[in-house]
Write a protein that binds this ligand. Structure first.
Ligand SMILES: *[C@@H]1O[C@H](CO)[C@@H](O)[C@H](O)[C@H]1NC(C)=O
Ligand SMILES: *[C@@H]1O[C@H](CO)[C@@H](O)[C@H](O)[C@H]1NC(C)=O
Ligand SMILES: *[C@@H]1O[C@H](CO)[C@@H](O)[C@H](O)[C@H]1NC(C)=O
Ligand SMILES: *[C@@H]1O[C@H](CO)[C@@H](O)[C@H](O)[C@H]1NC(C)=O
Ligand SMILES: *[C@@H]1O[C@H](CO)[C@@H](O)[C@H](O)[C@H]1NC(C)=O
Ligand SMILES: *[C@@H]1O[C@H](CO)[C@@H](O)[C@H](O)[C@H]1NC(C)=O
Ligand SMILES: *[C@@H]1O[C@H](CO)[C@@H](O)[C@H](O)[C@H]1NC(C)=O
Ligand SMILES: *[C@@H]1O[C@H](CO)[C@@H](O)[C@H](O)[C@H]1NC(C)=O
Length: 445
């Protein structure tokens, strides 16, 4: 009974597969063809007329403009874009460009206002490794753009030039110098920005106190020459999930209201001249995964509440002036992908909870919670020692070579393994011995 029913089940399954597989293949064979007719990548705000779109081609004026920008047009730029450089709408009788990416341009590349006038349907324009001086952008294009990016590309950018892109939601400039009296020129004119990156642009001046879009989610002003303090008003941008102000000349204290940025995931304030304590409120930012406060002049004790931040993966507090007992447990530190506290002369670790093998680059505490001098000078190879992986082994006998009696637990596991191994081999040996003995016994007697 049972074997029979198993066979029938198998047979049924097999038959079902035979029937279903061709159906499946038919379905997958049809879908690419269907996709090819309607544009695969068309951002919103395109005219929805997909059925007729297959017949229409790109506006000839725009084809000419693309050719003048060295984008090959032998294939239809809408259905077979060259290296993903273009996307189009689905209008008739002609389609229009929605986005354009100019990357890795040749030396004789140049922009012309004529070409740009034909491209005013673009909502997204990206230059990446495309070195060229800027030219006048027709206002029809400037106003239409939602996203504008220049990475190691446009020369002679200025705040005035950028402030004409009034409808941008995303602005990214990285590695290109911007001439401007300050960031406020940009933020006070681009009121819809949700993503702003101005990194490595040589911008100076203060971080604006007002004029920010309250819906801003991403702000990267790293690697500039910004000075002054971090305005408290920045902590009112409650949608922020990314904030990078590293490598500027900011001073003063971190606003105590930082904990108001409840959606923050990544925060870097590293390599500035910030002083004062870490605000305790920072530990209520429950989503924070990345916290980099390194290379400042922050002082006070490190708030133990940071160890309650469940999502934290990266914590860098190195090269500051923190003092007292480093408050984190070994298990908290081991859960982090990166943890750095070296370069804090007056900070020390409690040797009854942290093993010397963790090589934190700070001194051990005496019974008063003060560093036993001298602090270990070994741990400053910052470049290579990223990643928390290197806590465990590598027991290089640096200064006071041998361990003290107390923290001998490091050798524990090895001893256990050795003991088990010896025990096991003894048992095996005994069994072999007994077998041999019994056989021998039979023959001998
Ligand atoms: C174009 O984009 C697709 C999807 O984003 C990607 O898989 C593909 O590698 C890209 N092609 C080129 C030439 O960049
Ligand atoms: C950029 O283009 C040059 C030739 O113009 C080519 O040799 C190089 O590999 C390209 N680089 C990238 C990153 O595409
Ligand atoms: C773009 O900005 C201009 C003002 O600069 C405004 O009049 C226009 O309504 C905006 N267009 C859209 C679609 O938001
Ligand atoms: C950077 O800005 C300073 C003034 O803050 C200016 O003197 C210098 O020429 C700028 N450098 C570049 C490369 O634009
Ligand atoms: C912040 O910016 C610096 C310099 O541009 C960069 O090295 C660092 O990775 C950034 N940090 C985060 C969290 O993105
Ligand atoms: C944010 O931080 C996490 C954790 O360190 C990292 O993996 C991720 O790349 C960061 N995101 C950005 C945009 O830098
Ligand atoms: C921290 O530094 C500030 C000056 O930057 C100083 O006023 C304050 O007393 C210091 N606090 C501690 C606990 O050392
Ligand atoms: C170190 O930890 C032990 C046990 O947790 C505690 O009794 C001792 O007071 C701590 N020492 C310092 C200096 O905090």
């Amino acid at each position: 009974m049972t074997p029979f029913s198993t066979t029938t089940t198998t047979t049924t399954t097999f038959l079902l597969l035979l029937i279903l597989l061709p159906l499946h293949f038919a379905a997958t064979a049809v879908s690419p063809a269907a996709n090819a007719k309607s544009p695969t990548i068309s951002p919103p705000s395109s005219t929805p007329s997909s059925s007729s779109s297959s017949s229409s081609t790109l506006d000839p004026k725009q084809i000419k403009a693309l050719e003048s920008l060295y984008i090959p047009t032998t294939h239809d730029p809408c259905t077979q874009p060259f290296h993903n450089a273009t996307t189009c709408d689905t209008a008739t009788p002609f389609r229009h460009l929605l986005s354009l990416r100019l990357t890795n341009c040749s030396d004789d590349f140049s922009l012309s206002t004529t070409a740009l006038s034909s491209l005013s349907t673009l909502t997204s324009l990206t230059f990446s490794d495309c070195h060229t001086p800027i030219v006048h952008f027709p206002s029809s294009l400037s106003i239409n753009l939602r996203s504008f990016t220049s990475i190691n590309s446009l020369q002679h950018l200025s705040g005035v030039f950028l402030s004409r892109f009034t409808n941008l939601t995303e602005l990214t400039i990285s590695g290109d110098t911007i001439k401007a009296s300050g960031i406020h020129i940009i933020t006070s004119n681009l009121k819809s920005l949700t993503t702003l990156t101005l990194s490595n642009t040589n911008l100076s001046g203060l971080i604006p106190r007002t004029s920010w879009n309250p819906k801003l989610t991403h702000l990267d002003l790293s690697n500039n020459k910004l000075n002054g303090t971090i305005p408290t008003s920045l902590t009112l941008l409650e949608s922020l999930n990314f904030l990078n102000l590293s490598s500027n000349q900011l001073n003063g204290e971190i606003p105590s209201s930082f904990g108001d940025l409840v959606f923050l995931k990544n925060l870097s304030l590293s390599s500035n001249s910030l002083s004062g304590p870490i605000p305790k409120s920072i530990s209520i930012i429950s989503r924070l995964a990345h916290l980099d406060l390194s290379s400042n002049s922050l002082n006070g004790t490190i708030p133990v509440s940071i160890s309650e931040m469940k999502g934290l993966m990266y914590l860098n507090l190195e090269k500051n002036n923190f003092h007292g007992v480093m408050p984190f447990s070994a298990s908290f530190i081991k859960k982090l992908v990166v943890f750095k506290v070296n370069g804090n002369e007056n900070l020390c670790y409690n040797h009854s909870s942290i093993s010397k093998k963790m090589k934190l680059g700070i001194a051990q505490c005496d019974k008063h919670g003060l560093p036993i001098s001298p602090p270990p000078a070994v741990e400053d190879d910052t470049g290579s020692s990223d990643g928390g992986g290197d806590y465990d082994e590598n027991d290089d006998s640096s200064d006071n070579g041998k361990k003290k009696n107390g923290d001998d637990d490091g050798g524990g596991p090895n001893k256990v393994v050795l003991g088990v191994a010896i025990g096991l081999s003894a048992v095996v040996f005994l069994i072999i011995f007994l077998v041999v003995l019994s056989k021998c016994g039979c023959r001998c007697c």
